[in-house]
Design a protein around this ligand. Structure first.
Ligand code: FEO
Length: 168
């Protein structure tokens, strides 16, 4: 059984994950409009993953005697100057999500809710992997020249990275 405080914190996390999903959907759409096939595939898949993160929380809250609230989500940023800028925004977003998860973990520990504490370990690991993923893509930009040819190469690399994630 969830305390009201933890139920609220989990509901706040549901909103964050929904926002992350919409945000990646907006980035996918922006990339699709630019003909960036690798980044488009990457961000559509990332949006789906964030929806899964949200759903896991919804189901956990409902299965634990609480009520998951599905609310409006603020509009994500939908215009960017460059592909690199999307990945910088993505890493910033992931860091914010990680911070929120860490606060949740601390809350469950302090409240001795070890079941939710245990449930959240999956998110701790996931955030670690996602931050590393976005950092590795930003490293590509640091390596590349700023001309159009490099952008195509980077986009192909992003496609490969996405395929590797899917292959596990
Ligand atoms: Fe589910 Fe990447 O935050």
């Amino acid at each position: 059984m969830l305390t009201k405080k933890i139920e609220k914190a989990l509901n706040d996390q549901i909103v964050l994950e929904a926002y992350a999903s919409n945000s990646y959907l907006a980035m996918a759409s922006w990339c699709e409009g630019k003909g960036l096939r690798g980044a488009t595939k990457f961000y559509y898949a990332q949006s789906d993953e964030e929806r899964v993160h949200m759903l896991k929380l919804v189901k956990y809250v409902n299965a634990s005697g609480g009520s998951a609230n599905i609310t409006a989500v603020k509009s994500p940023e939908s215009s960017y100057k460059t592909l690199q800028e999307t990945f910088e925004a993505a890493l910033k977003q992931e860091k914010a999500v990680s911070q929120s998860i860490n606060q949740l973990v601390e809350l469950t520990f302090n409240d001795k809710d070890y079941t939710t504490h245990n449930f959240l370990q999956w998110y701790v690991q996931e955030q670690h992997e996602e931050e590393a993923l976005f950092r590795s893509i930003l490293d590509l930009f640091a390596l590349a020249d700023k001309d159009g040819k490099s952008l195509i190469i980077i986009d192909n690399e992003i496609m490969k990275i996405r395929n590797e994630v899917e292959a596990g």
